[in-house]
Write a protein that binds this ligand. Structure first.
Ligand code: DON
Length: 563
């Protein structure tokens, strides 16, 4: 009897594992949740909802809290996009993207020979676009907010008076010390200590003053008066071009989101001036013609189909996409079923397609330290918000406004400084994304909301520059096709292709040696050494029982909070 017992147990265990895979779940809450890059910011957003605030109120509170505790990307000196779906299923998008100053010009980053001046669009005062975040928060709150605006800034003010660093915060401030020194005419608060450690307290009294002003005066507390003057003083100290008029004129713009179907899902994503929604839609509509569910997760065939669709969609991105208020974007033509079917006809499983010659010679995707941040929110009534916001690189231009305690973005680098010349993310662009006064630079940010059976299913988004779109794609597929939990889907390894350079960028260890060999035999070039991580996805999944599951990316300090 005993002899058979052990094999029986082993067999039973094996069958259970096979039939009921153990899913590693993220935080599960009953009805309300915030997932963001920082635990303090998530707690702030959740607390606001606990006090009766709705998703928009939580968004405003989380956004300003991130501007304090996540200064590498959380911001008031940058911009972003919001996709909102209310509990009745109505959706809308808000564009609070930065824009080019009034005196910007097409060739402002070129030398007299017409060559791009290295670094001019990406570091220092010339890289700064007119910030949009404050206008975005004020506008969203004006339309949908429930609690008083002032109350929503209070938690950020408290944090700016002193909060404790995580290990990752401390490492980052230490790493960037020299760059802060190089780009500022005074000692920023982040240079007040030589070696930051976990648990150290950091205080930002100048930012307290600015936040109090915004709390009292809304837009005028940032775009006019003393704050605007400090910002323009900073410009003038470095001979920058932004003026008081630029700030006064900035407006956040309501947009119609990009919506499309993928199998049994309905996707709501960001419209131009972000390329996110259109590029995601092109990719998903191309891959919908393949039986993805019969290909294993990150198997040869699955990778090939995704990479080839990505290659084609990113090629279109480079040619056609830009600020819709300046260029005509052929949205319908790009998303037409027939067009996308035809687009994939040149692909065969036998051999990698080849990206065009333009940009050839680039060996690797540049890995500049980059940072954006995404947060996802669902409130107790079922309203959902997906926001991606950024200064572009870590700490943006690295220029802090003296006396104001916040960093300015380096978003001008998202324009195409010269057709065909790659930006920080290796992305090339064309006329559609050339610089013009007051034009918004093309983005890859892809805040997205997914419906299933007409009901809220997922809220998702991520930082990662050009890799944002493909990280959102993989996260949705991981849940919908590969039946992962939200947390597993977010943590799963990722890969990326963007047409040029013609390389599959892969997280280290994601692909086995054997898989890499097989892909190389087909003609694909793999780079699995350049980027330690691809994206930091923060997402929320509505479970079949109506509860919410957080997917808080374990690549960072990302955390879910709710009730
Ligand atoms: O708008 C964009 O596409 C970029 N400025 C985003 C930058 C970014 O995601 C950096 N984060 N890793």
């Amino acid at each position: 009897m005993k002899k058979y017992f052990l094999p029986f147990i082993v067999l039973t265990f094996f069958i259970q594992c096979k039939t009921t895979p153990q899913h590693k779940q993220g935080l599960v809450t009953d009805k309300a949740m915030v997932v963001s890059a920082n635990p303090l910011a998530s707690q702030v957003g959740a607390a606001i909802m606990k006090q009766g605030g709705n998703a928009i109120d939580a968004m405003v509170a989380t956004h300003f809290a991130l501007a304090v505790v996540y200064p590498q990307a959380g911001n008031i000196g940058g911009g972003g996009f919001m996709v909102y779906r209310d509990s009745t299923g109505k959706s809308i998008a808000l564009d609070f993207r930065e824009k080019a100053p009034l005196s910007a010009s097409r060739d402002m980053y070129l030398d007299s020979l017409g060559n791009v001046i290295a670094g001019k669009s990406s570091v220092g005062i010339f890289s700064v676009g007119v910030p949009g975040s404050v206008a975005g928060m004020v506008e969203a709150h004006k339309k949908y907010g429930k609690l008083p605006f002032k109350k929503l800034i209070e938690p950020a003010i408290t944090l700016a008076k002193g909060y404790k660093l995580t290990q990752k915060d401390a490492n980052l401030f230490n790493e960037f010390r020299v760059r802060f020194e190089d780009n500022n005419r005074f000692k920023t608060i982040y240079q007040s200590k030589l070696n930051w450690k976990k648990g150290d307290e950091i205080k930002n009294p100048n930012l307290v003053k600015i936040l109090e002003r915004i709390a009292e005066q809304g837009n005028a507390g940032f775009y006019e008066g003393e704050t605007a003057q400090l910002l323009v003083d900073e410009m003038q100290a470095h001979e920058g071009i932004m003026t008081l008029e630029d700030l006064k004129q900035y407006k956040a713009i309501w947009r119609k989101p990009i919506t499309f179907d993928y199998k049994d899902l309905h996707i709501i994503s960001m419209s131009p001036p972000s390329s996110g929604g259109i590029t995601l839609a092109e990719i998903m509509k191309m891959i919908a013609n393949y039986p993805l569910e019969t290909y294993d997760f990150q198997s040869l065939k699955q990778i090939q189909v995704l990479v080839e669709a990505e290659r084609r969609a990113y090629a279109d991105r480079a040619e056609y996409l830009g600020d819709p208020d300046f260029v005509k974007i052929p949205v319908e033509a790009l998303l037409a079923q027939e067009y996308l079917k035809k687009r994939m006809q040149s692909f065969s499983f036998d051999k990698a397609s080849s990206s065009t010659e333009i940009g050839a010679g680039l060996e690797k995707l540049p890995h500049e330290s980059m940072e954006t941040t995404h947060y996802s929110i669902v409130d107790a009534s079922g309203n959902a918000i997906s926001v991606t916001t950024t200064l572009n690189s870590y700490f943006g231009s690295k220029v802090m406004v003296k006396g104001a305690g916040f960093f300015l973005n380096n978003e001008m680098d998202d324009f195409s400084a010269k057709p065909g010349v790659p930006n920080l993310y290796g992305l090339v662009g064309n006329e559609a994304n050339s610089i013009a006064p007051e034009k918004r630079m093309l983005s890859s940010m892809t805040p997205t909301i997914v419906e299933k059976n007409d009901k809220l299913f997922m809220v998702v988004g991520t930082p990662g520059g050009s890799t944002i779109i493909t990280s959102v794609l993989q996260t949705i597929l991981n849940v919908s096709t590969y039946e992962m939990s939200m947390q597993e889907a977010v943590d799963a390894p990722r890969f990326h292709h963007q047409w040029l350079p013609d390389i599959i960028k892969v997280e280290p260890q994601a692909f086995s040696d054997d898989l890499i060999k097989k892909l190389e035999e087909k003609g694909y070039k793999i780079d699995n050494t350049n980027a330690p991580v691809i994206g930091k996805v923060d997402a929320i999944l509505v479970l079949p029982n109506g509860k919410l599951e957080a997917g808080a990316d374990s690549r960072g300090d990302d955390t879910g909070a709710g009730f």
